[in-house]
Design a protein around this ligand. Structure first.
Ligand SMILES: *[C@@H]1O[C@H](CO)[C@@H](O)[C@H](O)[C@H]1NC(C)=O
Ligand SMILES: *[C@@H]1O[C@H](CO)[C@@H](O)[C@H](O)[C@H]1NC(C)=O
Ligand SMILES: *[C@@H]1O[C@H](CO)[C@@H](O)[C@H](O)[C@H]1NC(C)=O
Ligand SMILES: *[C@@H]1O[C@H](CO)[C@@H](O)[C@H](O)[C@H]1NC(C)=O
Ligand SMILES: *[C@@H]1O[C@H](CO)[C@@H](O)[C@H](O)[C@H]1NC(C)=O
Ligand SMILES: *[C@@H]1O[C@H](CO)[C@@H](O)[C@H](O)[C@H]1NC(C)=O
Ligand SMILES: *[C@@H]1O[C@H](CO)[C@@H](O)[C@H](O)[C@H]1NC(C)=O
Ligand SMILES: *[C@@H]1O[C@H](CO)[C@@H](O)[C@H](O)[C@H]1NC(C)=O
Ligand SMILES: *[C@@H]1O[C@H](CO)[C@@H](O)[C@H](O)[C@H]1NC(C)=O
Ligand SMILES: *[C@@H]1O[C@H](CO)[C@@H](O)[C@H](O)[C@H]1NC(C)=O
Length: 799
């Protein structure tokens, strides 16, 4: 695959004199491949195709991989999978079962036998040559000679098909979606559809209804409106047997009809076939709009968003939007002395961070509201840790609207989502982490048009109202949490969910300060519940040295269960395990609101430091995290979210240089300008935003208005914060081997602490001046970062 800057000159010539075209530094393939060349497995699961920031439409190819064990088709794109269609809606960076891959077309050079329009296996295509992509643009060539080029807008897209021969067909299969390649229980399914063709055959419209996927989502309907540049010679609709019903593998041919088809009571598959004959090598172009409301809106989007048939116009519009609304918010020197690799990592990371969630404002079919509507929070478990905190700074407007949308979901459907896609909540992997998102915004002073009384009420719902064990939303093991103050070992994920419910309740205490002061103490106290799972005597197993004191499974009657307990393992490390996608060893570091107590529990600063040092040592991992930990042999797993803040925890013992050393080493080892350029699912951009913070030399501590200082990767960074202010971060002395902090000035003042507060530079803007050098040194003499949740529960020290 190659990424192209072919449009750069074109755009540059039109751009305002001093405006840099940052899109040339975006490599849309970073994360498209895992460690096994040619396969997406273990890679970023990213979407590759045409999209605008937070766009509803992410237009790209759908593929089927040959090896089901290794098949990962969540973003539709895989490096060498067989193309089954081109579709309008995708997610980016997700794990679990695929979602979307719907509203498709497939160009075909022939529909003669063995092609069966109901059986993608009879027409799917290998690709030849290299795929080409750049911001707003994707193109590929199929083995049958058809070239596909795509560009997209917010709710619409343009497909261009260059056919090799005289015969030209475009299949529209309303029943197409991305299946779970392994046929898993959370696969999507098609429920209903209809399609109608205009009299001249040039246009078509209809709807499709789908359900399932990772979140076991309820049925949702997407309306579509398509158009071809030239009228086809023939256009027909068809219906076909619901092929999910077929057991013996023989799929009958479709039944053609003239110009309309509907699924009917049997849930038939429906579609249409458009055919042209004519000059060799000619082009078929199509525009398609989608809407969650109506065909009329889908048609209106198509007309207003894509006025031209020239794909260049679409690419230019998309690039302008990416430059203005996203990439130019962080400006570094792009001149000749710039480090090209770092430019690419920065701007590509910004790009991937803004593919999700989807701004569906005006497109909410479920309720009437003046609030904005957003979907594809997938999942907040991933993005609460630092993605939203970065949006707070560089996307204040979108961020505020996302929070209003989250609260509106609670208002109309009862709970804030942790995951949400296809207009339905689900799944919750750990805590109710939208609580953390809201608290992070609130404590940093975001008010705007957010109804915080409602926001707090939504959080209280999470904290107080049981979902009876459901993983859909809220807190699945709330009854335990309320009865015992921790999750008993009878509850799934008892340790990792305890570790998440604790900061969730800390989050409530933070918002309660302003909204409901009488609640503060209650939630602060609950936020210390993790201490009840801390067994001060349990040792690590198979480690040198031995560390003592870990989160440990505990029964309802208060007995720790240390039978065969090894904190560095977690069985399958998934839904039924003691910890989710990480070991108790890792989760034992994830107490962001009270590091002070944690350090004490681990035996003081020295013991804490040596335990931290240990998890970065190669070959210390004792568990196989599969696709969530591929190729990582340290206990520290930067490929998965729970450990995101861990490399920075040295700041809490005033050894900031070690945070720099460890976090930078991880970033350099695992993040690359290459298809296998992120360590595992990018998780809706969570891995990408982690890297951006690293490159800025900052790290946010979620639900607290503070940032830790690290070490920037660029000598001069101007970042637009709070809408129209500028934070300037400079790094004197920065070089390949010169990145340890020697001193810092904030707003011109010599800074003694290795952290600062939101107010210092993020509200009115400001400056942070780093002096960097080769020598690692303890430069900070001020107090360590605060532990605002500090509180030692009675009895938790006793054991
Ligand atoms: C699929 O990949 C796995 C893991 O690399 C390998 O063991 C297996 O043989 C492959 N199967 C096929 C059919 O290629
Ligand atoms: C392709 O066809 C197979 C067999 O009918 C089906 O299981 C799969 O879901 C289809 N894939 C796509 C992307 O439509
Ligand atoms: C069109 O191209 C095909 C394949 O290259 C060739 O066989 C055929 O003769 C061409 N037809 C015309 C009318 O040029
Ligand atoms: C298609 O068939 C499957 C298997 O019998 C069934 O579960 C599903 O509901 C059917 N779909 C429709 C739309 O009827
Ligand atoms: C940052 O802004 C300052 C002040 O406007 C300017 O002098 C400097 O060149 C800018 N640096 C970059 C990399 O844009
Ligand atoms: C949980 O169960 C209780 C009692 O049966 C019921 O009132 C409540 O609605 C249930 N909650 C949810 C979210 O299903
Ligand atoms: C204690 O842990 C062991 C090992 O995981 C497990 O087999 C056993 O069921 C647990 N005991 C209880 C009472 O849950
Ligand atoms: C880690 O283990 C691998 C495989 O056993 C070995 O080749 C490698 O040298 C080890 N690395 C270290 C740093 O011990
Ligand atoms: C710096 O980090 C690297 C990578 O984790 C590690 O090998 C090295 O020991 C660290 N240096 C110190 C002095 O901690
Ligand atoms: C920034 O925007 C705010 C709100 O729109 C406005 O009041 C303020 O004057 C602007 N400040 C600057 C420096 O442009």
């Amino acid at each position: 695959m190659v990424w192209t800057t072919v449009f750069t000159l074109l755009i540059a010539s039109q751009a305002v004199a001093d405006q840099v075209d940052y899109t040339q530094y975006v490599n849309p393939f970073i994360g498209s491949e895992g460690p096994i060349p040619g396969y997406a497995y273990g890679g970023g699961d990213i979407f590759v195709g045409a999209a605008v920031p937070f766009g509803v439409v992410k237009l790209g190819i759908d593929t089927q991989e040959d090896n089901l064990t290794l098949a990962t088709i969540n973003g539709g794109y895989t490096p060498k999978g067989l193309v089954t269609g081109v579709s309008m809606l995708h997610v980016s960076g997700t794990g679990g079962c695929p979602k979307y891959g719907i509203i498709s077309q497939m160009p075909l050079p022939s529909v003669a036998a063995p092609v069966n329009l109901l059986d993608n296996i009879t027409y799917w295509q290998k690709r030849v040559g290299e795929d080409v992509a750049s911001v707003g643009w994707f193109s590929t060539e199929l083995e049958d000679g058809i070239k596909i080029s795509l560009t997209g807008s917010r709710h619409a897209g343009t497909m261009r098909y260059d056919f090799p021969g005289e015969e030209k067909h475009v299949l529209v299969d309303v029943s197409h979606f991305l299946p779970d390649p392994a046929g898993g229980f959370c696969t999507q399914y098609y429920l209903d559809g209809s399609i109608e063709i205009s009299d001249d055959g040039k246009a078509y419209a209809g709807h499709g209804t789908y359900a399932g996927g990772f979140n076991f989502g309820a049925p949702y309907t997407v309306y579509f409106c398509g158009e071809f540049e030239a009228a086809p010679d023939e256009a027909r609709t068809f219906t076909g047997l619901n092929t999910s019903r077929i057991m013996d593998g023989s799929i009958p041919q479709p039944v053609f009809s003239e110009n309309s088809a509907a699924a009917g009571p049997n849930g038939d598959r429906v579609g249409a076939l458009f055919s042209w004959t004519g000059l060799n090598g000619s082009v078929v172009q199509s525009k398609v709009g989608v809407s969650f409301i109506s065909i009329e809106k889908a048609c209106a989007f198509k007309g207003s968003e894509i006025p031209s048939w020239k794909q260049d116009d679409g690419v230019r519009a998309a690039r302008d939007e990416w430059n203005t609304d996203v990439l130019s918010r962080i400006r570094v020197d792009t001149g000749e002395s710039a480090n090209m690799k770092n430019l690419i990592l920065l701007y590509s990371s910004l790009y991937f961070m803004h593919l999700m969630p989807s701004d569906r404002t005006g497109e909410n079919p479920l309720w009437e509201s003046d609030e904005p509507s957003w979907d594809d929070f997938y999942c907040i478990w991933d993005t609460f840790r630092n993605t939203f905190s970065l949006s707070h700074l560089i996307q204040p407007e979108a961020y505020e609207r996302q929070i209003r949308a989250l609260i509106d979901i609670w208002r109309h459907q009862g709970y804030l989502p942790d995951g949400r896609s296809g207009n339905d909540n689900g799944l919750t992997q750990g805590g109710s982490n939208a609580d953390n998102v809201l608290a992070d915004a609130y404590i940093k002073g975001l008010r705007g048009a957010i109804n915080w009384a409602d926001g707090y009420a939504a959080m209280v719902k999470d904290a107080e109202v049981s979902t009876n064990g459901s993983n859909k939303e809220g807190r699945g093991a709330l009854d335990d949490w309320l009865n015992y103050g921790y999750l008993t070992e009878a509850s799934e994920r008892s340790i990792s969910r305890t570790v998440e419910y604790a900061p969730n309740d800390f989050a409530l205490s933070q918002v309660a300060k302003g909204v409901q002061p009488e609640d503060v103490e209650k939630y602060l106290k609950r936020s210390a519940g993790w201490q009840l799972l801390w067994d001060h005597t349990v040792p690590s197993v198979n480690t040198t040295p031995t560390f003592t004191g870990f989160l440990t499974p505990k029964s309802a009657d208060g007995m720790f269960n240390t039978t065969d307990y090894n904190p560095a393992t977690c069985g399958v490390c998934s839904w039924p395990s003691v910890t989710y996608e990480g070991t108790p060893f890792e989760y034992s570091f994830v107490i962001p609101h009270d590091l002070q107590t944690l350090i004490e529990f681990m035996g003081g600063e020295e013991a804490f430091e040596s335990r931290l040092d240990y998890i970065f040592k190669p070959n210390t991992s004792q568990t196989n995290l599969g696709a969530n930990g591929l190729g990582i042999t340290t206990i520290m797993n930067i490929g998965n979210e729970p450990d995101f803040a861990t490399p920075y925890l040295y700041n809490y013992i005033n050894k900031q240089w070690k945070s720099v050393n460890q976090s930078r080493a991880l970033a350099q080892q695992f993040f690359k300008n290459a298809p296998f350029g992120v360590p595992g699912n990018s998780d809706s951009g969570a891995l990408n935003s982690w890297l951006i913070w690293q490159m800025l030399g900052l790290y946010p501590i979620v639900t607290q208005p503070i940032y830790l200082l690290a070490s920037p990767w660029f000598p001069d960074i101007n970042m637009t914060v709070n809408g129209n202010r500028t934070l300037r971060v400079t790094a004197k002395g920065l070089d390949e081997d010169s990145y340890f902090v020697q001193g810092v000035k904030i707003n011109g003042e010599q800074w003694e602490k290795n952290w600062f507060e939101h107010e210092d530079v993020m509200v009115e803007g400001g400056t942070i001046e780093f002096s960097l050098g080769k020598e690692a040194m303890v430069w900070e003499t001020g107090e360590v970062p605060s532990s605002p949740g500090h509180l030692i529960l009675d009895g938790s020290m006793a054991q």
